[in-house]
Design a protein around this ligand. Sequence first.
Ligand code: GLN
Ligand code: ZN
Length: 732
Amino acid sequence: MKNYAYGFPRLGKCREFKKSIEDFWEGKINEKQLVSLLNAVEEERICFYKEYVDAFPLGEFTYYDNILDTALIFGVYNFKNFETYFNYARGKNTLELKKYFNTNYHYLVPSIENNFEFKLSWNKPLFYFKTFFSFKDDPVFLIGPYTFLRLSRLNEDFDKAFERLCAAYKKLLGELKNNHVHSIHLEEPAFCLDVTKKDIKSIVSNYKKMIPSGLNINLITYYESVDFLPHLYELPVSGIGLDFIAGEDNIDILKKNGFPKDKKLICGLVDGRNPLRSNIEEKVKFLELIKRVSKLSEENIIVSNSAPLFHLPVTLDNEENLDDNIKSKISFAKERLYEIKLITQFCEGKTKAARKWSSKVTSGLRNNIVKKDFDTLSLLPKNYTNRKKLQQKILNLPLFPTTTIGSFPQDKELRKVRFGFTRGNVSLHDYDNFIRAKIFNFIEKQEEIGLDILTHGEFERTDMVEFFAQRLKGFITTQNGWVISYGTRVYRPPIIYDEIKRERPLTLKETFYAQSIAPKPVKGIITGPITILAWSYNLRSSPLCMISFELAHALNEEVKNLAQNEIKIIQIDEPAIREFAPLKKRKKGFYFSWAVRSFNIASRLSPEVQIHTHLCYSEFSEIINWIKKMNFDVITIEAAREGAKITNSFKGVKFNRAIGPGVWDIHSKYPADDKVIRGVLDKSIKIFGPKNVWINPDCGLKTRKWEEVETSLRLMVKIAKIYRNKFKNRTI
Ligand code: GLN
Ligand code: ZN
């Protein structure tokens, strides 16, 4: 039996990818040096593959993002040199970042003009094939046309653009074939979304035209099951890759439809997204099942990973501080390659190494949900009008209250002190004092600017999820478990491994201190259960919803503790609630029912305390009815970039609570703008009424410079005063 792997992380064992590119941006190295450094990273990546698997794609490497690269390949943008290249990511022409399906990886969103003629303008795959190939059968990596177009911004009819794009793919594939490429690794994760009948028709007809005869295509899908799988059987492809982890329905689809004898089935067996170590015997049993239902012979079955491996850190080898017992339950990317090899060996009768490898892993299967537990949790919204009255008596807020989303700029000095503290060079006492001084300083600043609701600034938090994971029981955090979030930005997902409990306060110390020195109310800020869950790995077999409820209860203890200590407003951030939703419509209802319940458990509190929530985006028409079931009094969302969007989402829904539409796009390079602020306010006042509108930036200010923050906040406060005057005597 053969094996195959794809998507191995490009970060490098010691984050060389990040360092080289950032050095280039800072002018420390030139283009030539950058290319040679990154080629070395790529060679190392290829070595990992070669050590463990029979085949893997060439050309998966990118200097920033593969969706951007696909846009460059087909002439949507121009690739002249690295300066123009990186300009799409961080310069003048920056493209919008969006989450890649329901993962934490962000891609750059290409914008396709109407009637755009796609043309082959950069043969990136051929370049990688020529530079790195060792066997002529090495498949060459490409993102598929359907996925590329579904992820792009498009204003015209999908069908027409798709046809033109496939014509350009045909040209590319032809050119690759003429240059002795034999196989293509074509990724179409968008086949796992809800695909309409019309789209299926056009996929089938265009794919048939697009693929030249004599070229082997491995069509790879991942992140879910393919509902229209039998239609793919008609395509002139030589292999189909299926995700048997997230795509739990794939096995039933196979049972029902079998699998064509003339194609290979690339079985995504080891998890590309979550590092729970594989139980090799269990995997082999599953493989037997696949063999039975597909009726395929051994040579047509290939063992592989379920999704690109870049969602995992490079290797466990870098983790020196992890407890051995926990370590033996984890696999990162390199270990996944080893598992793929173990599965193939096991099938050949070599079982010893496999048994040893999974001796500590009990099972990779999830337990069922205990329905009884689920039903007892209430989803009922509260009486918001009464709550508002009660809270207003305590808070005595003016019209258009001003506030921020929580964090204030984290500068070099802060990072240096924190680094010293984690290294043990700065004592806890000194670190605490440093953070206190920061809080003191920023409370004074906010007070002087004239904000109505203050925050402590979140200086003690590196990352809004890792911070909580380090303080809650049931999580571990890694030393070097970095994964790319976008471009060169990396983060370390914490790992849930045991029952989650709060054994000590999480945020109380800093929040309480801030309130004790502030003349105005300080808003307590915590990260919500869904966001913590979404941005963490998980080794437990309990159903996700149960883990989420556990987390919610732990956070609720914190919320109560804050309330007992004079905190009158608490914000629960849930930027991940939308992205964590399943890809298929039929699964969304169940997800949102437990996600909303989790939020409501976390926010359960006597009505005097005002609950805020922050969602990082502006577009949620599809999920607005679920958002309405969340128990909060004030919601802050992004609105500055495309002010009109909020109107769409809230059109026709009765929303009797307050909203803080972001008036300053903190992701842009510019400070807040008078016109934009007024535009957002005018629109929001029309929809929600002047008594229900807050004024705040789009998101946290952690990454901004203080100077821009100061001017922008002053402008916000100034305009708030003008609007208060304007609406003084009006009631709507
Ligand atoms: N409270 C967080 C901050 O201000 C919110 C960030 C987020 O939602 N992404 O940084
Ligand atoms: Zn945000």
